[in-house]
Each structure stands twice: as C-alpha cells, then as structure tokens.
Design a protein around this ligand. Structure first.
Ligand SMILES: Cc1cc2nc3c(=O)[nH]c(=O)nc-3n(C[C@H](O)[C@H](O)[C@H](O)COP(=O)(O)OP(=O)(O)OC[C@H]3O[C@@H](n4cnc5c(N)ncnc54)[C@H](O)[C@@H]3O)c2cc1C
Length: 467
C-alpha cells in the first residue's frame, strides 16, 4: 500500500514491559543509555499488577537474594504505602506483597527517573538480522511501521519473540506437549483478618504447610498454622487434598484446583489477592484465539470462588469482589536455548556458579491439570545462581534474554520465572548492554562476567554469598 516505514534509533531496545523488561530498561538507562521499551499492552509492569506476591526475592531463610533495581521499585511502593512484607508461608518460601494499584505508579516513576522511552500499544513484528546481529526491529502501532535500530536488543517478551525471530533455538513445554495452566487472579476487599487467620489456625489439616524439611523443622501442621496466625498477615494457602477444599470441589461448589492461595495486597482496603483459577488444556500462550477463548471459563471460576469464599470462608462474609488482574496469566511458553541451560539440579541443589549474575530461591513449581501441582524445595532453604550464559541465546551476538524465556529446562524455568529472579535477570542484561556499548563491544561475549558482576554489586544486586 506504499506506506513509508518510519525510522528511529536507540542505544538499547527492550521488548516487553513485564517485570523483566521494566527492570532491564531501568538498568540500561541508569547506566547512561538511551532506551526504548516496547510493550504490546496498555500498561507496564506485567504480573506485578496482578496482585500476586513477588516470589524469589528472598530465600526460605528470610534473606534477600535479589537487590538493586528491585529495591528501587519496592521503595517507590513503600513510599505510597503499597508494600507489605516480608511474609513467610510456613510451607516453602518467603515473599513480599504489593498493592497492584500503587505498583502501576511505581513502575512508571522508576522508568521516568531514568528517562526510558516507553511505546505502549506496539507490537514487535519482525527483525532485521545481519550475521549473528539484530540490526533493526520492526515495530507496529497505529502510527504504522517503524524500523528501530539499536546496538543491543533485550528480549523480555516472556515468549522469546525477538530471539526466535532472529533464529535462536528454543523449546516449548514438555516433550508430550504439556504446558502449565492459564490462570486469572482476582482480589477481594474488606476481609476480616482475625476470623480468617483463626480458621487457618484451627484447621491445619486444610492448609498447605511444612512442605520442605527446612521449613517443617520438626514442627507439626498445627504448630506451623499457629505461626501463620501469629504472623498476622491475611496469607493462607488451602490445599485441594485438605478437608475444606476437598469437600467443596467434590460437591461441585468449587472448580478443581490445586490450591486456593490468599495473600494481602492492601492493608488500608483490607484487600487480598486470590490465586486459584486454572484452565489446564496445554494452551500455547502465543495462540491469541485459544487464550481468548478461556476468558469465559476463567471468569466463571473467579465468580464461583468469590461466592464460595463469601459463603464458607470465615472473615469473607462481608468481603467484596474488588477486581481482576489486567490480563490472563500465562505461565509457560518458549524457553530460549542459550550458552548454558539452567536445570532442576542447579536449582534444588542451591548450586553456585562463578558466572552468577542473578539468584533464584523459589521452589520448582510445576502446575498440572486437575488438582495436581509438583513443588520441589530449594536445598536447605537457600538460593541458586543464574549464570550469565543462561541469558545469552545461542548464535546471537547483540541479543540477551531475561525473564521467563531464559535458557532453562522446564523445571529450571519453573522456579526462575518468579518475579524476584526476573527482576535480577532484567537488571543483569540491562547493565550488560550498557557496558558493552560503553566499551564498543559488538558481541556481548566480549564482556568479562567479572566486570559485569562488579557493576551489579556496586548497584545493589545480590550475586555473592552462600545463602
Ligand atoms: C498465573 C500466574 C501466577 C504466577 N504466580 C506468581 C507468584 O505468585 N509470584 C511470582 O513471583 N511469580 C508468579 N508468576 C510468575 C511470574 O509472574 C512471571 O513468570 C513473570 O512475571 C514473567 O515476567 P516476564 O517479564 O518474563 O514476562 P511477561 O510478564 O510475560 O512480560 C512480557 C511482556 O512482553 C510483551 N510482549 C510479548 N511479545 C511482544 C511483542 N512481540 N511485541 C510487543 N510486546 C510483546 C507482553 O505483552 C508482556 O507484557 C505467575 C505467573 C502466572 C502467569
């Protein structure tokens, strides 16, 4: 149709405005580069806006294993009274919670502070590749097409779109096609803490607690439920094989689920997020038609659970439905294959690597259909290292990945995809891109990892230590 393609140039282009893209863009801009952040949707922050807890920032011992840009973001939330934590689940992990409405502002403040240019409503459609380098990305929005050139491209698209368009190898799901379920988070406000927590304390057999030797530490379910009560936060996880949920699922009152996970979002609104819905049909997250078709089922599950909680859960009698996450949650799509592949053994063995640029601490989580979910704890309540090589797609010189499309086995990704490590990986690739440009490196592999580690350490990242 003869429409002319526009042109734009930035030092670094980040694809994807989820948690890893936001931190990658902030880190590259903080280190002096002109950064474009491209996002197909209408908001920045991804699952940070869903109301879910931020997992993998701390290990099960309660030590922070991620820092730097994540601290800046959480401090923004704290200043707006939108930060809660750390919280212990007395099951497997420690985590922090945020007010997702406040987080919307915090993310934009962070990016504005460092002068990142955001392009919302913009899809990356294609790339121009020359040898092992991406030289340009074709972005499409209502202005038409723009060829964006840059020195470095960071793939934080969750799906690895950029790396795949440039020819990187990838894997998708299990060999038999299994993929983690899709879910939709929702929130309820005006929840009364005391009766809710007392119900958990008095029904320990219904709670998911003490799933690792480290957390259990010889304690009974009742003792762990008492710890949750004493903690005082509206944070309880009910398991499908406990009497409370089992009877609701068997009677058809509640859709089949592995857990109902309830965690706080706002003390002022007495509000919690509920993570429980699921469509486990091995839907590929890039298939827009199939993902869209799950909406009705997920929304009916949400409403069924709202009614169930109001009817049956102490503390929820006068609670109100307070909102849905902005999008259907997609847990698993492509894993880009890089110079190193993070494995189950790396994670559960709390393995340390000399080329560590980020850490993870969440258990390996493999959601399945029906009531099933596999959870494997990280050894001794510790953390594992994510080597820089997990962020370097095979065969590409000026492209890095961060977030859930990192180079990992399905199990490795089942822990590293949590938001804590996504932030740490984002910071690592943003910083690395800025350093490579400063030094005139055309191939990221010219950058000595120890030099990157030095800058990351200076800027608050956690990459050392035995935790
Ligand atoms: C249902 C569910 C429950 C979870 N529970 C938790 C939890 O309790 N705690 C926790 O810490 N983690 C949890 N996770 C995991 C975690 O939230 C995600 O793995 C993480 O947020 C992924 O971040 P990301 O930045 O890698 O990718 P995404 O959040 O997927 O962000 C990628 C962004 O890129 C954009 N994009 C993709 N392709 C293109 C393109 N071609 N052009 C333009 N834009 C594009 C997308 O619109 C998207 O916004 C959960 C995830 C889900 C889905």
């Amino acid at each position: 149709m003869g429409q002319q393609i526009r042109q734009a140039h930035f030092d670094v282009v980040v694809l994807g405005g989820g948690v890893s893209g936001v931190t990658a863009a902030a880190a590259a801009a903080k280190n002096g580069r002109k950064v474009l952040l491209i996002e197909a949707g209408p908001m920045l922050g991804g699952e940070l806006l869903s109301g879910m807890s931020i997992d993998g920032l701390l290990n099960a011992r309660g030590e922070y294993v991620v820092g730097g840009i994540s601290d800046e973001l959480l401090n923004e939330c704290r200043e707006m009274d939108g930060f809660i934590g750390p919280i212990h689940d007395y099951r497997l992990i420690c985590y922090v919670c945020v007010d997702p409405e406040v987080m919307k502002i915090a993310v934009v403040r962070l990016l504005a502070r460092y002068g990142v240019t955001p392009w919302l409503y913009t899809l990356a459609e294609d790339v121009v590749v020359d040898g092992g380098r991406i030289t340009g990305l074709v972005a499409v929005n209502k202005n038409g097409r723009t060829l964006v050139t840059a020195d470095y491209f960071l793939d934080c698209s969750g799906d690895g779109d950029l790396a795949v368009m440039a020819g990187a190898p990838y894997e998708l799901g299990a060999p038999d096609g299994e993929l983690r379920p899709l879910s939709l988070m929702f929130r309820m406000s005006n929840v009364e803490n005391e009766p809710f927590l007392a119900f958990g304390r008095d029904n320990p057999e219904s709670l998911a607690v003490g799933e690792s030797d480290y957390i259990r530490a010889g304690r009974t379910d009742a003792q762990l439920a008492m710890e949750l009560y004493k903690q005082g936060q509206p944070s309880l996880f009910f398991k499908s094989d406990g009497p409370f949920l089992r009877s609701a699922i068997e009677s058809g009152e509640l859709a089949p689920t592995a857990l109902i996970m309830i965690m706080p979002t706002s003390a002022a609104r007495k509000e919690v997020c509920v993570n429980t819905t699921r469509v486990a049909e091995n839907i590929v997250g890039m298939d827009a038609a199939k993902v869209s078709a799950t909406m009705s089922t997920l929304m009916e599950q949400v409403w069924g659970c709202v009614k169930f909680l109001k009817r049956k859960m102490p503390g929820f009698g006068n609670a109100q439905f307070a909102g849905l996450a902005p999008r259907i949650g997609i847990r698993e799509t492509r894993r880009i294959m890089g110079d190193y592949v993070l494995t189950l053994e790396d994670a559960v063995g709390a393995t340390k690597h000399p080329d560590c640029v980020a850490k993870g601490a969440h258990h390996v989580d493999i959601h399945q259909d029906g009531l099933k979910q596999v959870r494997i704890a990280i050894g001794n309540g510790g953390s594992y290292d994510i080597p820089f090589q997990c962020l370097l797609p095979k065969g590409l010189d000026n492209v890095m990945v961060a977030g859930r499309c990192l180079s990992a086995t399905r199990e490795g990704m089942g822990t590293a995809r949590t938001m804590g490590p996504c932030m740490a990986m984002g910071q690592a690739v943003g910083t690395a891109a800025a350093m490579c440009i400063d030094r005139g490196y055309r191939d990221v592999r010219q950058l000595a990892v120890r030099d990157l580690q030095m800058v990351l350490r200076d800027q608050g990242a956690v990459i050392d230590g035995a935790h």
